[in-house]
Write a protein that binds this ligand. Structure first.
Ligand code: PEP
Ligand code: MN
Length: 355
């Protein structure tokens, strides 16, 4: 159940509530208070109506809500309206809204990995000129082999900050270790938690607790179910950071023609289950640059609030994921198409509402 605390509750009333909760639930289970949309909430696993009645009697309590799913705070049942997240409020860049009624859809683009200054700055300029809103670039790279390029690390973060200064675009980059959340959050405007780390629970908690409270883009695990993915998002929110963006990037299957299988049905499904924004990564989902334009349009048609696309000035010489990378010129058309597709869908929605 989700317990919302009255904003005027005093410390005695709060302690009284915590003491009651301590008696109701297993005492080994920590009781944590999370702030969401300006409201303090406590989530407990308990379901009994008797307990609910006792909690509702508490002067510190505004309301108690039973949510049937295992994930609570990210569920549509808890919050009916879409979460909209403002990205890039610091670092002198142009803020961008992700989710809510954001039209046009948000386009995130850039190289898989930050390779060097020239490659990053020229890609960043190309991405900005193409009309994208946020720059991506991996400084810490999760690579399948320990002998592959692992990213420039902190130097890559500094280059991303320089690219942001040049273009005004907020930047997103991956963080792989809880200990590095602080430094990555200092330089980046969005933290990316990659597929391989979707269930790295210490990392999820660290991203939730970090004092910068940077929005987190949580990619779907290589073979994660939707419930596992939403529970991973719940970890971040429960740790105190409500700004989570879900990113579908394809799931493992048996066919090697594409790198992964893009599960577009998850987009409308997630919109039923959660209030969090959903974006799609057609680059990692397909692994083939020729499929990226079509699957970008399809993602927007499925209702995605944005796209994240790998772009490189010379894809064939990219140090990482060149086969799925497109050029800034090719990105231009995708940005235009995404806008047109979203406008068509909005008009359709209006016509259906009026009819
Ligand atoms: C990436 O975005 O470059 C990346 C490594 O993605 P994923 O975690 O989806 O494989
Ligand atoms: Mn990549």
């Amino acid at each position: 159940m989700i317990i919302t605390i009255r904003s005027q509750a005093d410390s005695t009333e709060r302690s009284q509530l915590i003491a009651l909760l301590g008696r109701i639930i297993d005492s080994n289970h920590p009781i944590t208070t999370t702030k969401i949309a300006g409201r303090e909430v406590i989530v407990i696993e308990h379901k009994s109506l008797e307990a609910q009645a006792a909690i509702e009697q508490q002067p510190a309590v505004e309301r108690v809500m039973q949510v049937k799913t295992a994930y609570k705070l990210v569920s549509r049942a808890f919050q009916a309206e879409n979460t909209s997240i403002i990205v890039g409020t610091e670092h002198n860049c142009t803020p961008v809204t992700v989710g809510g009624a954001s039209v046009p859809p948000v386009i995130i683009a850039g190289p898989c990995a930050v390779e060097n200054r020239e490659q990053l700055l020229s890609t960043a300029q190309g991405v900005a000129d193409a009309g994208a809103h946020i720059l991506r670039g991996g400084a810490f790279k999760p690579r399948t082999s320990p002998y592959q390029f692992q990213g420039l690390g902190v130097e890559g973060l500094h280059l991303l900050a320089e690219a942001r200064q040049l273009t005004g675009l907020p930047v997103i980059t991956e963080v792989m270790e809880p200990e590095l959340v602080g430094i990555v959050a200092e330089h980046a405007d969005i933290l990316q938690i990659g597929s391989r780390n979707m269930q790295n629970f210490p990392l999820l908690r660290a991203a939730g607790r970090d004092s910068h409270k940077r929005p987190v883009m949580l990619k779907r695990g290589l073979s994660a179910t939707i419930d596992e993915w939403l529970l991973a998002a719940e970890y971040i929110v429960a740790a105190g950071n409500p700004n989570v963006i879900l990113c579908e990037r394809g799931i493992r299957s048996y066919d090697s023609q594409t790198r992964n299988v893009l599960d577009l049905s998850c987009v409308p499904l997630l919109h039923e289950l959660t209030h969090l924004p959903v974006i799609v990564d057609p680059s990692h989902a397909t692994g083939r640059r020729e499929l990226v334009p079509t699957m970008s349009r399809a993602s927007i048609a499925a209702g995605a609030e944005g796209l994240i696309i790998e772009v490189h000035p010379d894809p064939n010489s990219a140090m990482c994921d060149g086969r799925q990378s497109i050029t800034p010129q090719q990105l231009q058309k995708i940005v235009r198409d995404a806008r047109v597709m979203a406008e068509v869908m909005q008009e359709e929605d209006e016509i259906t509402r009026v009819a």
